[in-house]
Design a protein around this ligand. Sequence first.
Ligand code: M6R
Length: 596
Amino acid sequence: MCGIIGYTGTDGAVGDVLLTGLEGLEYRGYDSAGVAIADESLAVHKREGEVAALEAALPDTGLGGTAGIGHTRWSTHGPPTDANAHPHTDCAESVAVVHNGIIENYQTLRADLEAGGHEFTSETDTEVIPHLIETALATGASPEAAFREAVSQLEGSYAVAAVFPGSETVYAARHESPLVLGIGDDGHYLASDVPAFIEYTDRVVYLEDGQFARVNPSGIVVTDAQGAVVETAVEQIAWDPEDAGKAGYDHYMLKEINEQPQALRQCLRERVSELDGTVTIDELAALEPTGPVQFVACGTSYHAALYGARFLRAQGVPAQCFLASEYTVDQLPVGEETLVVGVTQSGETADTMSALRAANRVGATTLALTNTVGSSAARECDHVMYIRAGPEISVAATKTFASQQVALAMLAATLAGETPTALCERLRALPDQVQQVLDMSNARAVAEAYEASDAYFFIGRGYNAPVALEGALKMKEITYKHAEGFAAGELKHGPLALVGEQTPVFAMVTGDASASKTLGNIKEVEARDAPVVAVTDSPAVVGQYADHVLEVPSAGPRLTPVLANVQLQLVAYWVANRLGRSIDKPRNLAKSVTVE
Ligand code: M6R
């Protein structure tokens, strides 16, 4: 998804900061990149493809200047070409603009601007912004007034930043797309996300919807839509740059899979007492008991929500799950007594934010379960619970999924008012058990055995059903191979027609009451010559039914699926690795999907 970086400083570091920032934003997914430097005139450089392609096209003499903006673009309006890459300028090159989000009224604006003589050079919605600024400048408006005038005409979602020739100021505004400001010693930063400038500063100010920022080498001024200065709080970010590096792993994904024990320890820390079976989530102290719970989420987070909803129901709390993009408050019983929980690692996913905003509008109580402090979800919901997984750079969500599962187990305990002591004990033991799986896993050998298969199927029942869905999602997104996950009982209602000797079936059979039924499903696929890989905590029994076994320790019926998922993550990783895929940045995908 698009990423913005901006810097203004008198230390001659603009070029370096922008390029480092663009690299720090790569994890969001993108297909072109560019920078604009404001000196006496504007210098704009942009290229289709990776940041490395842009770097190769830059002048050997460096970029110079005091103020600059940069952008990684993930195509929405128009294909990934040099012309469609940001920054965009007006006819006279009097301003350069970068934008993240979607301008919904751009066609009307563009038609009016073209009728007024403006010539466009791209297919993007963004290009209307510099032309609107140019129009305002022509009336004698100052750069700041022209920027504000242009932004006031935009409908849709945007984080936008602009620089003008002969000026050391970067102007910025946001509405429903993230933007964070960084306070440095020699200059000031702005970006879509903190990793873009964490190497330089850990002091940040989060811009709110409707706010504008004037960023100079000497300081930052934030104003509201009317131009009144807003007092801002400077927050200290706990991530250090080392956290965001690969630490010797070939891919962030493998690093993040291996970070799961630590992520879960952080998630559980000071929240679970195994002595008396209590769970205390400090952030949720003000959350009153509510009525039914509705989860809204997308992708991997939706799978975590399915798992969590089952946990809640098991503890007597009615809970339903909705794909955020399908959530419609007018067709559902949602009112003041409903707790709507947005499960979202980034806290910025447009579909999830849209569902949460709809829930806010009808007066529901909203809760963000997120990894990202200061994200839109965290700021706009009534309550927030952090999953504390640490930064996740790989597009494929791994440690955040495990942390969401554990956080949701704790949320269930909080909403139910009590939780069995045995479950608390199991939760506390879980990080070590994940480490055991990582230490003993034979997933790489299994991946090698099946890397040439045509397709992969994943089945599981109960708490394992969402893990089957997640196993398939992980496999397809990083290997580009066909993969599908099913509740095991559904196999015989259609998908069985696809099963054969080239389609291994991964069956999660962990110690719950439904295990014997899943064994029946294994027999069904074996009868169609499909190889079976059992992921199980009972290898002696289940191994008799399978061609390969991926063993996990037992963590009880509810938590063993968390361990089974780790094995599936590793299988997907090693198949993708053997196939030479772009594991951390799979084609067509973005880390943070900020368009609906
Ligand atoms: O940031 P979110 O958790 O809201 O993201 C939702 C999905 O886009 C995300 O979980 C996606 O499915 C994963 N990156 C896939 O690994």
